[in-house]
Design a protein around this ligand. Sequence first.
Ligand SMILES: Cc1ncc(C[n+]2csc(CCOP(=O)(O)OP(=O)(O)O)c2C)c(N)n1
Ligand code: SF4
Ligand SMILES: [Mg+2]
Length: 281
Amino acid sequence: MTETYTPGKPIWCAGCGHFGVQGALVRALEKVGAEPHETMVLAGIGCSGTIQNNVSAYGYHALHGRVLPAATGVALANPDLTVVAAGGDGDGYAIGMGHLVHTFKRNPSLTYIVMTNETYGLTKGQRSPAAGPDPAHNEGIDSVRLGLSIPGSSFIARGFTRQAEQLESLTVAAVEHANAGRGFAFLEVLSPCVTYKDLYPQWDAAAYDVDEDPAYDPMDRAGAFATCQRLDDEDRIPIGLIYTGNNESMEARWGPGDRRLNPGGPDDRDVLHGFLDGMAS
Ligand SMILES: Cc1ncc(C[n+]2csc(CCOP(=O)(O)OP(=O)(O)O)c2C)c(N)n1
Ligand code: SF4
Ligand SMILES: [Mg+2]
């Protein structure tokens, strides 16, 4: 299938940050050696969600906010696939937020890239949860600190489309983390919507690169949280590898071949087959 599939052309406005996210992802997949037939890109709705049309891989356009449960199912069903979920901050931090919290907690081995632009680009510029309620202040949801506060999380990074080389390295690190079976690799990307909310000037001024700070230790969860909190108080935004740890992944916890959501309960594959048999009869 992937041999005959020609990736689509992006439908994004000229200058949209999502081009940079896609470029970094395509280069990262090449670098880690993820072949198209061994890769699946799943995406949410929104301008960002169309990314799965444009990458040479298996693709899935999820229901609004539901990309993470779909991606978790794919990763569990075929652990040999490189699984990349992607979407916007509206998709991931509003209707999809419950799934993000529980995916941090469960720690399945897949990559999730969130293109944050503080707006709903596709539906013409409503405020996203990352923007917060008050346009004058940066009081939006910070998913980096959210992830740090959940003990099961194992990889948290933030890139910026203005920093293309770093974004590519972070994308490689995220995919490698997931492909090594080390758990959920969360990569938020500051990806401005130049049409409805051009944050390039503000984010250029506010970005603080923790990768360049020799005193910053990405293995120290509490230290990472304290640094992110302090930077936020100073109206700065940390970018770089924020946290990496060695928490057990979901599939390692479940054990090979065990697909039961309720330990001791029926195998979910039997439940599914029973359901399908019932539908067919
Ligand atoms: C169930 C449902 N509710 C609402 C919508 C309308 N809708 C389309 S895109 C979108 C938000 C997109 O914002 P974001 O995820 O941030 O992506 P962006 O366009 O900014 O890249 C919404 C609410 C929808 N498609 N489906
Ligand atoms: S509306 Fe905004 S997010 Fe959507 S393609 Fe245009 S610049 Fe990008
Ligand atoms: Mg958005």
